[in-house]
Design a protein around this ligand. Structure first.
Ligand code: SF4
Ligand code: SF4
Length: 352
């Protein structure tokens, strides 16, 4: 998903759009809520997963609900909920079954218009046939203006070929007409009912407030989930544990500061590809510097910061001892980096 945006101006504009939103996040959230209410969408708020689950539970209409979760992660309490019978998104897409409720996540929303934007949802052809559509909107996914959204969709497109990456971009502004389920399975278009699909938007904090309080790491929130940093990270390719943006966020908690040291080589790849210009190098080194792990990590930090020196580590023995010190608890990474024949600490520099 997503391609490398070479134009620095575009990346800087995207950065400015995200910065502008987070600077005045409260104003835009309230603006979104007001617009959505004017558009007859119901709005609820949830700070954490527990509140999200309660909010969704409160929307169940019976003891037994056929629910389709069209989202990357289903909260555990809902996946195993006694009142839920899950229907797979593929079944809905193939028109084999129609759920009572679809729960999906928004990819963007616009404060100025109160619109929700969904990208490539499997279930979107059945939205008219369900009684309840619940949209979970991470508060960090909102942009201030419609023009900001256009820029975000542009940077998620194939910038080289000018083609959209997403096949389906669905805008939801107002509730749409509800059509009886029987129509879904037939080819006739008769007998439309007049009532509406109830659409509830749950504004979900999902840790955004915690990161916002941390001045040093606020820029990590600018992420728009394009997936590019994960694709270019040599450590993630081996461990599959933390994508670069997950790594930055994981390091926020002091107990986790060690994670940063074990999962980056500071190669700078993520810094180069991020289309919203999140300054990864700066964020990662800041986290390393403020680490409270003591002398050992300070020592390691000094080494990691001297990237040029690391690139000169072509001597096999020196490289062995250096890697041993960094990855002594992670055999997989140690073997990977030790087996590489070429300079590996700064791939970007090598390409230049
Ligand atoms: S700097 Fe390199 S190794 Fe570190 S997180 Fe970014 S891409 Fe991965
Ligand atoms: S942080 Fe990673 S996933 Fe997020 S926008 Fe930047 S490159 Fe894409």
């Amino acid at each position: 998903m997503g391609t490398y945006i070479e134009n620095r101006e575009t990346r800087d504009s995207a950065y400015a759009v995200r910065q502008n939103f987070f600077k005045d996040i409260e104003k835009y959230l309230l603006g979104f809520e007001q617009k959505a209410a004017e558009n007859r969408l119901d709005v609820m708020w949830a700070n954490n997963e527990e509140q999200l689950v309660s909010a969704i539970e409160s929307l169940f209409k019976s003891k037994y609900n056929k629910v389709c979760f069209d989202m990357p992660e289903i909260p555990e309490a809902l996946a195993n909920h006694h009142a839920v019978k899950q229907i797979k998104p593929q079944k809905v897409e193939n028109q084999e079954s129609i759920p009572d409720i679809v729960i999906t996540n928004a990819d963007f929303a616009v404060a100025e218009t109160g619109e929700i934007v969904l990208l490539d949802k499997k279930t979107q052809n059945c939205f008219n046939f369900v009684r309840n559509l619940i949209i979970v909107l991470d508060i960090g996914k909102i942009v201030a203006r419609r023009t900001d959204l256009d820029l975000m969709l542009y940077i998620l497109s194939d910038s080289k070929h000018g083609a959209p990456i997403h096949k389906d971009v669905k805008f939801i502004r107002q509730p749409f007409s509800h059509i009886e389920t029987a129509e879904f399975f037939s080819s006739t278009e008769n007998s439309y009912t007049r009532d509406e699909v109830k659409i509830t938007v749950i504004l979900y904090d999902n840790g955004v407030s915690e990161i916002l309080r941390n001045e040093n790491l606020r820029e990590a929130l600018y992420c728009i989930d394009c997936g590019l940093c994960a694709k270019c990270c040599p450590v993630f390719a081996v461990t599959g544990k933390y994508t670069p943006i997950e790594l930055v966020k994981a390091g926020i908690s002091e107990q986790n500061s060690d994670i940063i040291f074990k999962n980056t080589t500071l190669c700078g790849n993520c810094n180069s590809v991020c289309p919203v210009a999140i300054p990864f190098n700066e964020l990662l080194t800041k986290e390393m510097t403020v680490s409270k792990e003591g002398a050992a990590n300070q020592h390691l930090c000094k080494h990691l910061l001297k990237r040029n020196k690391m690139n000169a580590l072509n001597n096999r023995f020196r490289r062995f001892f250096f890697l041993k010190r960094i990855f002594n608890k992670n055999k997989k990474l140690f073997n990977y980096f030790f087996s590489l024949k070429e300079d590996f600490f700064n791939i970007q520099q090598k390409e230049q």
